[in-house]
Design a protein around this ligand. Sequence first.
Ligand code: MEV
Length: 327
Amino acid sequence: MVTASAPGKVYLFGEHAVVYGEPAVPCAVELRASVTVRRRESGLRVQAGDLTLEEFTVEYDGEESGRPDVDVPDTLVEAGMGYINEAVTQAKDAAGVDCGFDIEIESEIPLGAGLGSSAAVAVATIDAATRELGVELSREELAERAYQVEYEVQNGEASRADTYCCTMGGAVRVEGDDCQPIEAPDLPFVIGYDGGAGDTGALVSGVRELRSEYDFAADTISAIGDLVRRGEQALAAGDIDEIGKLMDFNHGLLSALGVSSRSLDAMVWAARDANALGAKLTGAGGGGCIVALDQTRETETALQFTPGCEETFRAGLSTTGVTHEAE
Ligand code: MEV
């Protein structure tokens, strides 16, 4: 039996545009998904608990093709199972072994909410399952195989950003297949969560359609790339005020691409009214989380009183990427 864990992430800048080769800067945060794997003869039994901040439990047992019995939306569970099945396939391929697994997932990262739950689960599952089969992969190979998981589940529309960040920890820069850890100042992240989720595949497809229909949507994606390059300069200079301004701008551009929602906009505006340095949705959008920068308690307090915001909390930068927890 082996346990591995990996952190979630927020996007400081660049989600969606990164799918088209623009740079992005995700940052790992101190919320983790922990995966325990035990080899068995054949089949897959997955038990998952605490998959949202509300701590309701998703439990399902069954063969790979079985239908889990759960109390969350089907699409989320199907997507979740897709990531786990693909991660297991990658692990067996890396180890050159055909077998089954018992898998137990404990996660502090809400599902489909823009905090990298699928990437963290994919990375930790591949790490734990390969170790269980006696193989230790480099972090680079883990990140690459976890990317293949997202690529398969998201119908070929995925970037390396989420999986590389959850593998390495800290702040990273991703542009196409060029992925690197970068230095970042201590960023005072505040998260607002609307209790909901977005369908990453559908949101990415929606942006692709806009991009092919309208030149100005394609220009919006290029503008996000320009913004990220300015953001990198601000990060290098430790200029948190400028980082906040660019986050605000990034949210506006994502909103123009149709991936925000009423509750995400409400939380972003609550943060702005509370004098946050900046605020934006994080991840695919459609619902889920915003990330704001605020050293004071004002944004958290404002979010607590914002209709549509179910949870608010601070999440520090996690410098620890995927970690082998126990045998
Ligand atoms: C989802 O967390 C981030 C997107 O940019 C998709 C991806 O990069 O694979 C929307």
